[in-house]
Design a protein around this ligand. Structure first.
Ligand SMILES: Nc1ncnc2c1ncn2[C@@H]1O[C@H](COP(=O)(O)OP(=O)(O)OP(=O)(O)O)[C@@H](O)[C@H]1O
Ligand SMILES: [Mg+2]
Length: 222
């Protein structure tokens, strides 16, 4: 479903260049729940950002359901991303001035979904993550774990082909981390393809496959 072939990525700093990915290959099948692990700074977020079309690789090929992503221009890529990919971050990135429901509606608004339909789907998604009673609250009135569940609902708004999560439990305590993992496992059981970065091996076991970035050249199954 997702295929990275010989991907290279170097960050160009003021005084030095940091080569992060040096010819990485990875194939993700539809229905996978893949965990990406590896030392801090090894390139996990870089890899996830490329998978999520948030960033381009310098070299190599990225096929998303057969389409070659690196040929897309910025605007086309942004549209493609919003339609096909859901992203969940460690620090939720909700908009605090608007309600929980309106946060979930944002990706649908960008695709031109009508207000009534947006509202209906947002409430369904909030129900799915167990937060229907918080629809009218502002994000900061929610706990961290609840905010992350809103972020997951938002990521699912346009029914993405794949859900990418960069340390979604990183800012949560053990108990809330577990709630998020159970929710992701549930979504996986419903057929959502998930790629998640984590530091926590006990959470990594929720995946059906764990891959470790050893170095910029080497990714192995563990
Ligand atoms: N925008 C950037 N500009 C310059 N260097 C960067 C940039 N983003 C990341 N890097 C460097 O690239 C390397 C990989 O970063 P990345 O964020 O992918 O690591 P990571 O595996 O996600 O680490 P962590 O587990 O700490 O989140 C690091 O050495 C980092 O300093
Ligand atoms: Mg990271």
């Amino acid at each position: 479903m997702l295929e990275l072939k010989n991907i290279r990525k170097t960050y160009h700093g003021k005084c030095l260049d940091v080569p992060v990915l040096k010819g990485v290959n990875l194939t993700i099948q539809e229905g996978d729940f893949i965990m990406i692990v590896g030392k801090s700074g090894c390139g996990k977020s870089t890899l996830l950002n490329i998978l999520g079309c948030m960033d381009y690789a310098d070299e190599g090929e990225y096929l998303f359901m057969g389409s070659s992503i690196q040929t897309y221009k910025d605007k086309q890529l942004a549209y493609f991303r919003n339609q096909n990919i859901g992203f969940v971050f460690q620090s939720f990135y909700l908009i605090n001035e608007i309600s929980v429901r309106e946060n979930v509606e944002i990706p649908m608004g960008l695709l031109g979904v009508k207000a009534k339909e947006r509202r209906k789907r947002a409430l369904e998604l909030l129900c799915l993550v167990g937060l229907e009673e918080k629809a009218g609250s502002k994000p900061l009135e929610l706990s961290g774990g609840q905010q992350q569940r809103v972020a997951i609902a938002r990521a699912l708004a346009n029914n993405p082909k794949v859900l990418l999560c960069d340390e979604p439990t990183g800012n949560l305590d053990e108990e809330n981390g577990k709630i998020i993992m159970e929710l992701l496992a549930d979504l996986h059981a419903k057929g959502v393809t998930i790629v998640m970065v984590t530091h926590d091996m006990s959470f990594a076991r929720y995946g059906n496959r764990i891959v470790k970035i050893i170095s910029g050249e080497e990714i192995v199954d563990v």
